[in-house]
Structures are given as structure tokens and as C-alpha cells.
Design a protein around this ligand. Structure first.
Ligand SMILES: Nc1ncnc2c1ncn2[C@@H]1O[C@H](COP(=O)(O)OP(=O)(O)OP(=O)(O)O)[C@@H](O)[C@H]1O
Ligand SMILES: [Mg+2]
Length: 267
């Protein structure tokens, strides 16, 4: 079985060679097999977003290797990787084009990974498909095809961004605290939708969260990052009955750092 993702000896520095040099990722090794849904947790500044950015290609890699489905993509641009990797960010404004309508955004998503120019034209046959897809969200958005995305709520936009990220099945989906900016109820709706899409399309997913309970509840593998290193990596068999207290204890043992209980829970 070819792994979906293989990261070897990945280091990342910001402002290398200056007095502000920050060695953020310190030799990450990680293999993800098809169907794995990893939740990743770690304190502020641990390097979670940097890791996701290195996988997506928004940050270039000088030391180490990133492979996607057996292909070395270390030197590939974000654009080239986007046919394989899709992303949803914390900020609902990041994933969509605000001034375009819902259907125009979805039309762009259908062209992910292609050189799409700036034509967001919507064909009639696609319109029916978009309507059908939006209806599955159960948010009434199938009647808002012509609404500018910028006029929708954060939760509605995150739901559409998720749909856009999965409209063409990605080989890997990266979720960077994609529910953190939402109120608890909306966050739960978007999380349920996330689970449903991952399950239905049997996606391989990597989700950053600050909520230890969510990290335990969702996914089938749990990773903890601390100061740029993976200090905990648990398969489903070990994570399913885990409590937050046990997780904190594991972190303490493996990182040598005492964890204040709100340190990871708060965004
Ligand atoms: N573009 C950048 N330029 C310089 N330093 C950066 C940049 N992006 C991140 N950093 C630094 O790298 C470190 C890791 O940041 P990163 O965003 O990966 O952390 P994180 O684990 O995602 O944290 P959070 O939970 O707060 O989102 C931090 O010290 C941060 O200040
Ligand atoms: Mg982050």
C-alpha cells in the first residue's frame, strides 16, 4: 500500500541565519496511510500550521522530504500540489472568494488543481449538481446559489468551504482549526459535516484542533506536537478509550513539560 503522505526528516526555519532565527519543525517523520484521519494537537507555536503549510507547499522546504502518494512533491508549488491536497482554514474568509456567488465559488472548486484563469462561469449541468450537493449540508444553501459568499455567516461559509474542498475528492485534506472561529453549536454542525464527508468519501485527513476532547473524539489517530517534534502518536486502539487527563499525562511524560490544563484547550 502506498502511503498518502510520507514526511521524512522535515525541518523548517523562519528567518534562518538571522538573529531572529526560529527552528520551528525539528526533524518530523510521519507516514499516513489511506483512510487515516489524524487529529493533531499542541500548544500555541508548536508548529502545527507550519507543518500543514509545508505539506500544502505554501512554505518551501529546504531540509527534508514530502511525498504524496509516492511522488516527491518537496519542490512542487502549491498550485501543483492542489490537485492532490485541499485545505480548510480557521478563518472562514480564507477559503472562498467573497465577491463571487456561492455557485461561482463552487465552479472554481471544480477546477481545483487546474490552471483556472479567472472564469467562474457556471454551466447549467453544474448548477443542478451544486444544488444537489448543497442540499446535503441541510443548511438551506441550495436556495442561495446566486448569493455572494461574503453575505453568508461564518458557519455557512465553512460548510461551503468544506464542500469545495471535497467536490473533487482530494488525496489528502488538511483542516487547520477550521471550527475554531465558530460558536459552539455551529462548530458542532461543521464538525459533523466534516466527519460525514470524510466517512462517505473515505478521505485521508489531517485536522488541527485545540480541543483535546475533539482530538480524542474524532479521527482514528492522534498526534501531539511539541516544540516542533512529534511527542505522542496514538493509533485508534489506544486513543478510543483515552481520557483528557490520560492524554495530558502522556504529554507530560513524553515532552518533559508540565501542561497547564487550559493550555491546549484554549485557541
Ligand atoms: N511566516 C512566519 N514568519 C516568521 N515566523 C513564523 C511565521 N509563521 C509562524 N512563525 C512562527 O513559527 C512558530 C510556529 O508557528 P505555527 O503557526 O506553526 O504554530 P501553531 O502550532 O500552528 O500555533 P497556533 O496553535 O497558535 O496556531 C511560532 O513561533 C510562530 O511565531
Ligand atoms: Mg496554527
Amino acid at each position: 500500500m502506498t502511503p498518502v503522505l510520507e514526511i521524512s526528516n522535515l525541518h523548517h526555519y523562519f528567518e534562518k541565519g538571522t538573529v531572529n532565527e526560529n527552528h520551528v519543525l525539528k526533524g518530523i517523520n510521519l507516514t499516513m496511510n489511506p483512510g487515516e484521519f489524524i487529529t493533531i494537537i499542541g500548544g500555541n507555536g508548536a508548529g502545527k500550521s507550519t507543518l500543514l503549510n509545508s505539506i500544502a507547499g505554501t512554505l518551501s522546504t529546504e531540509i527534508g522530504k514530502v511525498m504524496l502518494n509516492g511522488k516527491d512533491v518537496t519542490k512542487r508549488s502549491v498550485m501543483k500540489r492542489s490537485s492532490q491536497v485541499s485545505r480548510v482554514f480557521q478563518d472562514p474568509k480564507m477559503g472562498t472568494a467573497v465577491r463571487l456567488t456561492v455557485e461561482e465559488n463552487l465552479a472554481l472548486a471544480l477546477k481545483r488543481g487546474q490552471n483556472r484563469g479567472f472564469s467562474a462561469g457556471v454551466k447549467n449541468k453544474n448548477r443542478a449538481f451544486f444544488k444537489e450537493q448543497l442540499a446535503t449540508l441541510n443548511l438551506g444553501l441550495e436556495n442561495r446559489l446566486g448569493t455572494e459568499i461574503g453575505l453568508l455567516s461564518g458557519g455557512q461559509r465553512q460548510a461551503i468551504t468544506l464542500l469545495m474542498a471535497t467536490l473533487q475528492r482530494p488525496e489528502l485534506i488538511l483542516l487547520d482549526e477550521h471550527t475554531a472561529a465558530l460558536d459552539p453549536k455551529t462548530s458542532l454542525t461543521v464538525m459533523s459535516l466534516t466527519e460525514k464527508l470524510i466517512h462517505e468519501q473515505q478521505l485521508t485527513a489531517f485536522m488541527v484542533t485545540h480541543d483535546m476532547e475533539d482530538a480524542i473524539r474524532y479521527g482514528n489517530r492522534l498526534i501531539m506536537l511539541h516544540q516542533g517534534q512529534i511527542v505522542v502518536d496514538l493509533p485508534q486502539s489506544q486513543k478510543q478509550d483515552l481520557t483528557v487527563a490520560e492524554l495530558m499525562d502522556l504529554f507530560h511524560k513524553n515532552s518533559g513539560t508540565e501542561l497547564k490544563d487550559d493550555q491546549l484547550l484554549l485557541a
